[in-house]
Design a protein around this ligand. Structure first.
Ligand code: PRP
Ligand code: ZN
Length: 283
């Protein structure tokens, strides 16, 4: 049995639960108390504030945790990041009130900056040779300038909606972050085995995220050129059609380059293109 700490509420909560359920780990919604046991995998889920997850894992209260890299870097607890999850992308940025004249990071010299990430900000200011007043506050950082508590903020920016709502503009991106899996120093072999199994599933899920399964017909003579257009594919599946000289090709294509690739494939004779969603890619 292993215990996984995830965020109780906030940006990463839903996506963490979704990841676990895609990995076949289900916790009934009405049993989402502080600690809940999965019904079909040797796992317990511990719901915590994201800020507390690195410490919980460092202390062994949880064996692994799903948390933003920003929290890991801020807290500096002895945990290792064992896997990147590819979701929860955001950045830690400095933002100032809209309308302020801003030319360089020197703007921050002597200013008061509200943040929940004082260590990361301190490190950054040290590198930039800026001396400023850092005010650590636990939440609602974005309202600090409008109530006169600070001149600027240093906080997580994801869509940017929170900044806009509070009349702030992002001026310096200090760090990129995303959700990661963290683990403590030493675990029993039994626990290690469960974690390996889990990470294998997470990998398969990440691999298939944003991928589409594409089927098309094309003249067999165009197959080589079509394969060359899809360098990421190990080897496309080619099946003969009943109609002589025609083949069917099956490949997985990343959604981000789907239309681009489809136009190229059409230009070399591909027809009857079907794009299907792809559930899991297991290596
Ligand atoms: C962060 C941050 C902002 C919001 C920014 O909070 O504090 O409130 O996300 O996102 P946006 O750019 O999409 O508007 P988070 O969910 O990480 O929770 P926490 O800071 O309360 O732990
Ligand atoms: Zn938090």
């Amino acid at each position: 049995m292993i215990r996984i700490a995830i965020q109780a509420k906030g940006r990463l909560n839903e996506q963490s639960i979704e990841l676990l359920s895609e990995a076949g780990i289900f916790v009934e919604a009405n049993r989402r108390t502080l600690l809940a046991k999965a019904n079909n995998f040797p796992v317990e889920i511990l719901y915590l504030r994201d800020d507390d997850i690195p410490q919980a894992v460092a202390m062994g209260v949880a064996d692994i945790g799903i948390v933003g890299r920003n929290e890991v870097e801020e807290k500096e607890f002895p945990v290792k990041m064992i896997h990147s999850l590819g979701f929860g992308a955001c950045r830690l940025s400095l933002a100032i009130p809209k309308g302020e004249k801003y030319e360089s990071v020197q703007w921050f010299a002597g200013k008061r900056i509200a943040t929940s990430y004082p260590r990361i900000l301190e490190r950054y200011f040290r590198q930039q040779h800026i001396v400023a007043e850092i005010h650590t506050i636990a939440g609602s950082v974005e309202i600090a300038p409008s109530v006169g508590m600070a001149d600027a903020i240093f906080d997580i920016v994801s869509s940017g909606a929170t900044l806009i709502k509070n009349g702030l503009v992002e001026v310096e991106k200090v760090m990129e972050s995303e959700a990661v899996v963290i683990a403590g120093k030493s675990l029993s072999t039994e626990k290690e085995a469960i974690i390996t199994q889990l990470l294998f599933r997470f990998d398969a899920i990440a691999r298939s995220r944003g991928m589409k399964y594409v089927l098309m017909n094309l003249p067999c003579e165009a197959v080589e050129r079509a394969a060359a257009l899809l360098p990421g594919v190990k080897s496309p599946t080619i099946l003969p059609l009943q109609q002589k000289g025609w083949c069917s090709m099956h490949v997985a294509i990343n959604e981000s380059e789907l239309w681009n690739k489809i136009e190229l494939l059409k230009s070399i004779g591909a027809q009857d293109i079907l794009v299907l969603s792809l559930e899991k890619m297991i290596p």
